[in-house]
Design a protein around this ligand. Structure first.
Ligand code: SF4
Ligand code: FES
Length: 247
């Protein structure tokens, strides 16, 4: 298929960016979206032009490194990561618009690459449990109800990609935080730091410039791991409880 690509180019964080138009011919529908960009970059290299900077690592939908706004949708038209999106989701002759995540808390570093270290700083504030090191305990010594284990596992699939923030008109990271707080709050190992965790993570979230949640739901629709919206209810419930407990 032949495509017209409108792509955001920005030399660095301090410079202004703009959309640039490229033509790409003979794109296979079996290519992944990132492979299509690889081909474009080879073409740009051959023409002596600067290749387009974009992030990727595993290219298997598990690391959360990739993430592009494609035709105005975070990760494009399918419920999947950008690296797992294939060109069969597009048509011959189509114009595709490709932009970086748009959020004040994710500043553009170059072209399609944004700085998502704000997520790391939120995790550093409580997205963990503290345990004594030593030999692994017997698996059945800490019983967990099956329903809790299943839900914890499901929400632990969040890959910290940031699509929820990019999709949200408020630029809120509530779905991301809700996934972490729900995951750890369902497990016995997550209880000792539960109150402290939610208070500190929410404070860091607000400090980083993410917006508040107003229950729009665009986050869960864009999430490649289908994290449900009710993790945000759990986040708010845990926050209220922590404040009541004096945190
Ligand atoms: S909640 Fe979903 S969209 Fe948000 S960071 Fe996690 S995996 Fe990505
Ligand atoms: S590159 Fe790892 S999830 Fe896309």
């Amino acid at each position: 298929m032949n495509l017209t690509l409108k792509i955001w180019r920005q030399p660095d964080a301090a410079s202004a960016g703009a959309m640039h138009t490229y033509q790409l011919a003979d794109v296979s529908e079996d290519m992944s979206f990132l492979e299509m960009l690889d081909v474009l970059n080879e073409q740009l290299n051959d023409q002596g032009e600067e290749p387009i900077a974009f992030d990727s690592d595993c290219r298997e939908g598990i690391c959360g490194t990739c993430g592009l706004m494609i035709n105005g949708e975070a990760h494009g038209p399918e419920v999947t990561t950008t690296c797992q999106l294939h060109m069969r989701s597009f048509s011959d002759g189509e114009t595709i618009t490709i932009e970086p995540w748009r959020s004040d808390a994710f500043p553009v570093i170059k072209d399609l690459v944004v700085d998502r270290s704000a997520f790391d700083r939120i995790i550093q504030q409580g997205g963990y449990i503290s345990v004594n090191t030593g030999s692994a305990p017997e698996a059945h010594s800490v019983p967990v109800p099956k329903d809790d284990a299943d839900r914890a596992f499901n929400v632990a699939t969040c890959i910290s990609c940031g699509a929820c923030v990019a999709a949200c008109p408020n630029g809120s990271a509530s779905l991301f935080m809700g996934a972490k707080v729900t995951h750890l709050g369902l497990l016995p190992q997550g209880q000792p730091e539960r109150d402290e965790r939610v208070v500190n993570m929410v404070a860091q979230h607000d400090h980083e410039g993410f917006g508040g949640c107003t229950n729009i739901g665009a986050c869960t629709a864009a999430c490649p791991k289908e994290i449900p919206l009710d993790v945000i209810s759990q986040l708010n419930k845990d926050l209220r409880t922590a404040i009541r407990n004096g945190h």
